[in-house]
Design a protein around this ligand. Structure first.
Ligand code: NAD
Length: 457
């Protein structure tokens, strides 16, 4: 096992490598930094650097008798607010840079939504579609045992992410518990099955959080002429944990789900798809494509559909420089982490497409993860109504804070009134988008708490 305490990105951060997730995270951080007043450079640097990054490599004997070497990662970006918190994903694209960028996102997300966790992320580079359930169980058990005491209920608490689920979390808990016998270990991981300390509402939490955040943003007048989800045409990329629940929940609130997709392509019906019928079809055929009486489209078509709300709920970097100008949605709700590149942010902003950013839009997952962690520690079990009520309060408050800050940055500008730069428009940073305002709120919170704790020694 290798642990790098002082982190340098494994690839140079050059203009030419704009799709590198670390490059993009830094670009966005630097953009937000222009709006920070009175935070020392060294502190800003600290907040932008991962605290601990672990790379592991291990062999697994697969069910078919072959032996394969896997590479896994776990990054804790910041622990100022509390234990690390973040998903574990299984995907062929998992790499150290992606983990660092996603761990930083978790830091901002936890700060924004106001849960006492730091940011973390982990994963194993593998293709779960080619592996059996037994293979996946062996991989996750070995991964957890390699991490040893680097995860724990008060150290770093994993959760589900891309291609991991409640079953994976149960295996993580079981492995950790076997390695730490006699201790109260339930809170080591969240997103567990209900009968194993999981929380009511966790499965739908991310999508429900997207719904509450969207509703609040529309109520606040974020999208001119669109005050309500009712009647809005919604396209959703990805039909997994987040996408499938989003389809159901948005439809329950009166939205018309005009398109849904998965890895194999998309389906489109201008009159509205029935999410339950799509789910039944997907369960039988392992894809949404081919559902009777729907038009087959590509994932690219789906992103560019004429609709009011687009919810990317699959992978990163789906909306980029090449397709951003063709996006016709009025509002993009980032169910996925990092579905829009930094270049595309600028194009969407100048075209008047509002983006509800990932660190706000999909924070419902970590919020209910926090509720699960609290219930586990207190040996309590809360009712679903209670969970959803608390989630709605958190999401609404976070949207209000970010929206108010955004409006303030747009109207008042960023420099203090007595600043020498106040008269000089050339030194004013450009108008910020909602993502930048969200980052500003998160970074300022983190800086404040870091200083309240005091810099050691
Ligand atoms: P999941 O594995 O349950 O579902 C992923 C879905 O994306 C699947 O339907 C898959 O078919 C689809 N997909 C994969 N590649 C695709 C492609 N190239 N084009 C179109 N569709 C594709 O994952 P999930 O938990 O729903 O997570 C989705 C995203 O949401 C990820 O970015 C994840 O980090 C983010 N997220 C998840 C949670 C959570 O609670 N699960 C919380 C916050 C953020």
């Amino acid at each position: 096992m290798r642990e790098d305490q002082t982190e340098t990105p494994s690839v140079p951060l050059e203009e030419s490598d704009k799709s590198n997730p670390v490059y993009m995270a830094r670009q966005r951080f630097e953009r937000a930094s222009q709006y920070l007043n009175g935070i020392k450079h060294g502190l800003v640097d600290f907040l932008n650097s991962p605290k601990r990054s672990i790379s592991i490599c291990f062999p697994i004997e697969l069910e078919d008798g072959s032996v394969v070497t896997f590479h896994g990662y776990r990054v804790v970006h910041n622990r100022v607010l509390g234990p690390g918190k973040g998903g574990i994903r299984f995907h062929p694209d998992v790499n150290a840079d992606e983990m660092r960028a996603l761990a930083a996102l978790m830091t901002w997300k936890c700060a924004l939504i106001d849960v006492p966790f730091g940011g973390a992320k982990g994963g194993v580079a593998c293709d779960p579609k080619t592996l059996t359930e037994t293979d996946l169980r062996r991989i996750i058990r070995r991964y957890v045992s390699e991490l040893g005491d680097n995860i724990g209920p008060h150290t770093d608490v994993p959760a589900p992410d891309l291609y991991t689920n409640a079953q994976t979390m149960a295996w993580i808990y079981d492995t950790y518990d076997i390695l730490h016998q006699g201790k109260d270990n339930l809170a080591v991981v969240t997103g567990k099955p209900l009968d194993l300390g999981g929380s009511e509402g966790r499965c739908d939490a991310t999508a429900r959080g997207c719904l509450y955040a969207t509703q609040r943003l529309l109520e606040r007048g974020g999208v001119t002429g669109l005050r309500d989800i009712k009647g809005a045409r919604v396209a959703i990329q990805g039909f997994g944990n987040v996408g499938a629940a989003a389809a159901r929940l948005f439809q329950e609130e009166g939205a018309i789900i005009v398109a849904i997709s998965d890895t194999q392509g998309g389906i489109h019906d201008e009159n509205g798809l029935d999410p339950d019928a799509v789910q039944t079809y997907k369960d039988e055929h392992e894809t949404v494509v081919g559902l009777p009486e729907t038009l087959t489209i590509t994932n690219q078509d789906l992103l560019e559909l004429d609709c009011e709300i687009l919810i990317p709920a699959a992978l990163s970097n789906q909306i980029h420089k090449e397709n951003a100008a063709r996006i016709r949605a009025r509002l993009i709700v980032e169910g996925a982490n990092g579905p829009i590149t930094a270049d595309a942010d600028d194009i969407l902003f100048s075209n008047g497409v509002l983006v509800l950013p990932d660190i706000l839009a999909n924070a419902g997952g970590v919020t209910v993860s926090h509720f699960e962690w609290v219930q586990n520690i207190e040996h309590e079990s809360w009712e679903l109504e209670e969970i959803n009520r608390k989630l709605k309060i958190k999401m609404t408050r976070a949207v209000d804070t970010v929206f108010d800050r955004w409006q303030h940055l747009l109207t008042v500008g960023t420099r203090p009134a007595d600043s020498a730069d106040a008269e000089n428009n050339d030194n004013q940073p450009p108008a910020p988008d909602l993502r930048t305002a969200a980052l500003v709120v998160a970074i300022e919170r983190m800086a404040k708490v870091t200083l309240e704790r005091g810099i050691w020694p």
